[in-house]
Write a protein that binds this ligand. Structure first.
Ligand SMILES: [Zn+2]
Length: 362
């Protein structure tokens, strides 16, 4: 999480506050909370718990996390692991409208110390993405603690071996480096936990099409990025969105605003490769299937600021949306976020895309 992302977070919160009434209207009015079959799942990504003094950009406070769980229980959310949610999304079964997934990256010690007791109290499980090289290090859980989580029914998934910046390698070396790292992580998962993971979270949310090919070759079902948004049936399974939760985003207003969001319905995004090349600012092209979308209400934000332009045209029942920043991108990762209301104003749709410039450091 960078300072820029934090800035983005504040603005998004402002935006959420601004539209707060609409969200409440959505919750109370035209969008029934119990309708089913929407084929959407809200996912969140956490890191630390109760470490907000030290890591405000990656930690929620214990009381914030407790409030999240209380809300999920009170509002009758179905809480699934990421694997269970994907099974459901790609089955014939209807997905309950209120389905959520809690994921936790990095497998820090504060997970078992502060989050697991609370999750157990509510009977909820989470998916923990483990960077195998760091297991047992100061601040991280040990293999025996991870085995304990596995035995409790938590889902353990892959967050690389080294947690390195794979995009810092030369383009032609990325696949090779990534594959070697993946094999090392598999050996450690097998040796210590007796499992081979099939879900992946990209370190720093940085991915490349060559990495996706490697994951597919090794039988992975899906991979999570670090871009906000809502998972849906037709979305790219190797670019699963998750809303980040930290001390600033963790307040209930922000949490409930996000959990009521709907997927924009992106079925294709271009470019496939998020690395910014010659064209800066880069243009994002989306193909969107969404019968409820009020395209006239499309808005875009570049890392939280509305300094971008969005155009759309209707094409055979789908929307082609093009978004470009009005300023050059000059940070390692930049999010384009696109939001729009539904025709009847009862829902808000959300999508984000991450651009990466490996020549910049964090
Ligand atoms: Zn991480």
């Amino acid at each position: 999480m960078t300072g820029k992302n934090l800035f983005c977070g504040f603005l998004i919160i402002c935006m959420l506050l601004f539209f707060g009434n609409l969200f409440s209207a959505a919750a109370a009015g035209a969008a029934p909370e119990n309708d089913s079959g929407s084929g959407q799942v809200r996912g969140f990504v956490y890191h630390h718990f109760g470490m907000e003094d030290k890591y405000p950009s990656t930690s929620v406070s214990i009381s914030q996390f407790k409030e999240h769980l209380e809300y999920l229980e009170k509002k009758d959310y179905t809480l699934l692991t990421l694997g269970e949610a994907l099974d459901l999304l790609h089955s014939e079964e209807p997905v309950p409208e209120k389905t959520a997934v809690l994921t936790i990256d990095d497998a820090y010690k504060s997970v078992i110390e502060n989050a697991v007791p609370l999750l157990e109290k509510y009977g909820y499980k989470a998916t923990v993405f483990v960077p195998t090289r760091h297991v047992g290090g100061p601040n991280y859980m040990s293999w025996s603690q991870l085995a304990e989580l596995r035995d409790k029914g938590f889902e353990l998934a892959n967050h690389s071996h080294s947690h390195e910046y794979f995009l810092n390698h030369r383009q032609e070396d990325i696949a090779k480096r990534f594959e070697k790292d993946l094999e090392r992580s598999h050996r450690m998962f097998k040796d210590h936990l007796g499992i081979t993971p099939d879900l992946y979270a990209y370190p720093f949310g940085e991915y490349h099409p060559d990495m996706i090919e490697v994951l597919k070759k090794y039988g992975y079902r899906a991979a999570a990025a670090q871009k906000s948004g809502v998972m849906h049936e037709q979305g790219n399974r190797f670019l699963l969105p998750r809303f980040p939760m930290n001390f600033n985003y963790g307040e209930m207003e922000s949490f409930t605003g996000k959990i009521k969001m709907h997927a924009l319905g992106v079925v294709e995004s271009e470019p496939e490769n998020p690395v910014v090349r010659d064209q800066n600012p880069p243009e994002l092209k989306l193909l969107v299937k969404n019968e409820e979308l009020r395209a006239g209400g499309l808005q875009c934000f570049v890392s939280g600021r509305a300094n971008c332009e969005t155009k759309y045209k209707r094409k055979d029942g789908t929307f082609e949306i093009r978004t470009v920043s009005t300023e050059r991108l000059e940070t390692r990762r930049t999010l384009y976020t696109i939001t729009a209301p539904s025709e009847d104003g009862s829902k808000w749709f959300w999508y984000s895309y991450v651009w990466i410039m490996p020549e910049y450091s964090e």
